[in-house]
Ligand binder design. Structure first.
Ligand SMILES: [Zn+2]
Length: 154
């Protein structure tokens, strides 16, 4: 996974409690039972949970299968390249901590058999095309938390 882009990002506001207002979730083992998801992201891997009982691929990652209620889940890689299925541009009213980034693009991305939403970095709305390939990109906050985004290829 050597060529996954990692970018350190800064936010102008230091968001304090309640964390519900903070877009980036708490990622450590004490705070979430899907901390493995964030550990994998730090290694450049986008993963989710798959049910060992019924085969459901779950997104976002869960600790219980929403199909059969089994807790026998395994982590699977979704890959690092996806296809842009739909997109839009945020021009106003972004979530807390994103004001300085406006305008930015958000897309629905087909990857690993799922359709997930994510930010598309380094692109303007006018440049994007349906079905174009996009690649995983990891952003890291100053406090060490990470999150996934995508960027155009090429
Ligand atoms: Zn299941």
């Amino acid at each position: 996974m050597g060529n996954i882009e990692f970018e350190k990002i800064k936010r102008p506001e230091n968001i304090k409690l309640p964390h519900m207002l903070d877009f980036y979730p708490l990622e450590d083992e004490k705070s979430t039972r899907i901390s493995q998801f964030f550990k994998n992201l730090k290694e450049g891997r986008l993963t989710t949970t798959k049910c060992k009982e019924c085969g459901n691929l779950l997104w976002p990652p869960r600790i219980i299968c929403s199909g059969c209620l089994s807790d026998k889940l395994e982590w699977v890689d979704l890959g690092v390249e996806g296809e842009l299925y739909a997109f839009t541009e945020m021009k106003a009213g972004p979530p807390l901590g994103f004001v300085q980034d406006v305008p930015f693009c958000i897309g629905m991305i087909k990857i690993g058999g799922l359709l997930i939403s994510a930010r598309i970095d380094d692109a303007r709305y006018e440049d994007l095309k349906i079905r174009e390939k996009v690649k995983l990109k990891i952003v890291e906050l100053e406090d060490g938390r990470v999150f996934y985004r995508f960027r155009r290829i090429g």
